[in-house]
Design a protein around this ligand. Structure first.
Ligand SMILES: [Zn+2]
Length: 574
């Protein structure tokens, strides 16, 4: 490709809206352009990287016996009603209506559609196991789209679905997928970790997320030296307990003028945050509930939703709180709230003489005791595990790291096949529901995650496996016929040898060309400069390390081919 004839609009300045390195660099290096909130155009360089990821994914899916299909983006509401997800998916499901007033979903995932295919076409256990996959555009109406293509409303995904006669066969395919995912992200040049996760709206029991290590990642992972690793949505840690060895003191109401937050109240009363009992009122699918948790802990709303089996969960607003408790926001407490369903986090077990809101303005109770002053029947793990909580497997402290989720694999069991009456005949001629698994990879998100992990102050530094081009040829002055000709020769010979080469044939100042070269981050750069030309030398520079090799002009093609192929073979997984 010749840069002068290509479509590669780079930006000199950092775009203001970009919060993360990948978002900023994808815009600056001309990979993407925003069309609307959470909706992006993939420009040629971005598309090439994205296709590289797709091809790696395709090869690895085919290697484990996956068969590629393409399902429609639009799927009829009836299918989603059969599975129950037309309701359960909530507002993230994009819905459209056709001219006959029939409703459709813009697919965020395709369990319903693929189950419909298989229930119509697969009859016998002899046809199992079956792995079908597609690489396609997906939709999710995110509340807060951000970080460019990382949390977008439209994105490219690989989604695979497996059908089995029993759990044992599913477990075998799940393990193969786990290995395939490990190969895929290794080939993409990523540093990642598989972690236990929440299955969310997809459903099912066992699930792993593949998380790319990144400071700016939205996902928080808690990990232990013993190998346990889980997202903060699901991670369980033993909360360090405070069991004050003191007798119950008489309940007392105290004035706390204007003190609403945990910090304000506890410091005003000369207490520690863990001595306070927070009471948070939620609305879960239309019902109000109260959640009690220790003052130094945060509620994990995903765990809470799972305990309640709720679809929509939101915090009550100030007016609702006033109506339910009789007091304003910031002064809620469990004493006297008999009418409200109360759930308590396990961090409150064994606590005595706690501080709580008194359900009236500017007042708190001190020396509140569970069992004496209020009762709770429901105790659950409802808190976000945090650094220093103890591993439930081995007792060592958990450590926190952040990441971007690029893939997830699920064991679905018979959730969809039972709901949609998808069955096959076994050896005895008996009907059984298919046992299913599903397996996703965010293609565009993987590109962003790779950039998040591979960049420096000058720009992107692509891993060879997914680089849009492998080699950039940069003649410093195209008006010099000798330089121009040398560059052209190297370009066409490398191209003939099957390398992916970009020739910067623009008539630009060398400074600008070097800046753009670093920004777009092609792994190898061949500089054809005036001084070198006089000596019959070209320079080979490695983007990642900045390391420069001076090569005689006539050896350039051989050397560059060898270096690139070596790098590629090292990035391949056998
Ligand atoms: Zn452990």
């Amino acid at each position: 490709m010749r840069w002068s004839r290509y479509f590669l609009p780079t930006l000199k300045e950092d775009p203001a809206e970009a919060e993360t390195a990948s978002h900023r660099l994808m815009l600056r290096a001309g990979l993407i352009r925003k069309l609307s909130s959470g909706i992006y155009n993939l420009l040629p360089l971005g598309l090439r990287a994205s296709r590289k990821v797709e091809n790696i994914v395709r090869e690895e899916m085919n290697r484990i016996g996956g068969i590629e299909i393409l399902m429609p983006v639009l799927s009829p509401a009836e299918l989603w009603m059969e599975s129950g997800r037309w309701h359960v998916y909530g507002k993230e499901l994009m819905r459209v209506r056709d001219r006959h007033d029939r409703f459709f979903a813009l697919g965020p995932t395709h369990e319903e559609v693929v189950t419909d295919i298989v229930r119509k076409e697969v009859r016998s256990y002899r046809q199992l196991p079956l792995i079908l996959y597609q690489i396609q555009t997906k939709f999710r109406d995110e509340l807060r789209p951000r970080f460019g293509v990382v949390r977008a409303r439209e994105f490219i995904m690989k989604d695979a679905y497996s059908f089995h006669r029993d759990e044992k066969s599913l477990a075998e395919t799940y393990d193969k997928m786990y290995e395939a995912y490990t190969r895929i992200f290794t080939r993409c040049g990523l540093k990642f970790g598989p972690v236990e996760a929440d299955s969310g709206a997809i459903g099912g029991d066992v699930t792993h997320e593949f998380m790319v290590f990144a400071e700016t990642g939205e996902s928080q992972v808690l990990a232990c030296e013993c190998g346990y690793a889980a997202t903060s949505d699901t991670a369980e840690g033993k909360v360090p307990q405070y069991r004050p060895d003191e007798k119950q003191k008489p309940l007392e109401k105290v004035a706390t003028p204007g003190m609403k937050t945990v910090e304000e109240v506890t410091s005003y009363l000369g207490k520690q945050p863990w001595q306070l009992l927070k009471t948070i009122i939620y609305n879960a699918d239309g019902q109000f509930i109260g959640v009690l948790i220790r003052g130094d802990r945060q509620i994990n709303e995903i765990k809470l939703k799972r305990v309640l089996n709720a679809v929509e969960l939101r915090m009550a607003d100030a007016a609702e709180i006033e109506k339910i408790t009789g007091g304003p926001l910031g002064f809620s407490g469990p004493v006297g709230l008999e009418g409200l369903r109360l759930l308590a986090d396990r961090s409150l077990e064994g606590m005595v003489n706690m501080v709580t809101g008194a359900n009236e303005v500017d007042a708190h109770y001190v020396n509140v005791n569970l069992g004496r002053d209020f009762t709770v029947k429901e105790f659950y793990d409802l808190s976000i595990a945090s650094e220093g909580d103890l591993c439930t497997r081995c007792g060592r402290p958990l450590r926190v790291w952040r990441g971007i989720e690029v893939g997830q694999i699920f064991k679905l069991g018979t959730k969809y096949s039972q709901a949609m009456k998808a069955t096959f005949l076994d050896e005895d001629g008996k009907e059984n529901p298919f046992v299913m698994g599903c397996y996703g990879i965010g293609i565009t998100r993987t590109v962003a995650a790779a950039i998040e992990q591979n960049n420096d102050t000058d720009g992107i530094s692509w891993p060879i496996g997914i680089a849009p081009f492998e080699v950039l040829i940069l003649p410093t002055n195209v008006t010099n016929p000798e330089l121009s000709q040398t560059a052209e020769n190297i370009y066409s010979e490398l191209h003939a040898r099957g390398l992916e080469v970009l020739l910067d044939d623009r008539d630009e100042r060398p400074g600008n060309k070097f800046k753009d070269a670093d920004l777009i981050g092609i792994p190898f750069r061949v500089t054809v400069g005036e001084k070198g030309a006089r000596e019959g030398i070209v320079e080979l520079r490695r983007r990642k390390t900045g390391e420069i090799q001076r090569i005689p002009k006539q050896e350039a093609v051989e050397t560059v081919t060898a270096v690139v192929n070596k790098e590629k073979s090292e990035a391949t997984v056998s």
